[in-house]
Design a protein. Structure first.
Length: 135
């Protein structure tokens, strides 16, 4: 259900479902989680909510070049979503041990052998590349 709402850009309804969901990492047949779709569509508030609810930023799609949500946000140049995912790294030292948040792994390669950093450089997102280097 969340997948359909996100595909229709119904961010508020998606936010409600994330709040009520037991598993925010459920995937569709393509291996896309709600976080993948929010990253692709540029739905920043939803991406942040999914991350807070334990959304896994390291899941890779089954098709579409085996990309993580960060790869997709970079590919579609949704800088606010990119920042939301990167902020989990920046806040890692301040996250309590009972938090559901999962640290993004910046070394995951897609099926083309590109890490998020390599993809950011290919997309000429130099400011994002700089942030990824710091991560």
């Amino acid at each position: 259900m969340a997948h359909l709402l996100i595909l229709e850009d119904m961010e508020d309804a998606g936010l409600y479902l994330v709040k009520e969901a037991h598993d925010v990492n459920v995937t569709n047949r393509k291996g896309e989680s709600p976080l993948h779709l929010a990253a692709s569509k540029g739905l920043t508030r939803l991406a942040e909510a999914v991350l807070l609810a334990g959304g896994n930023p390291n899941l890779q799609t089954v098709f579409d070049d085996r990309q993580t949500p960060l790869h997709l946000a970079i590919k579609h140049q949704h800088k606010d979503v990119i920042q939301a995912i990167i902020s989990v790294l920046e806040e890692a030292d301040h996250i309590s041990s009972d938090s559901k948040r999962i640290r993004p792994n910046l070394n995951i390669k897609d099926s083309n052998g590109l890490t998020p950093l390599a993809l950011a450089l290919a997309e000429e997102l130099n400011d994002i590349a700089t942030q990824l280097l710091k991560g």
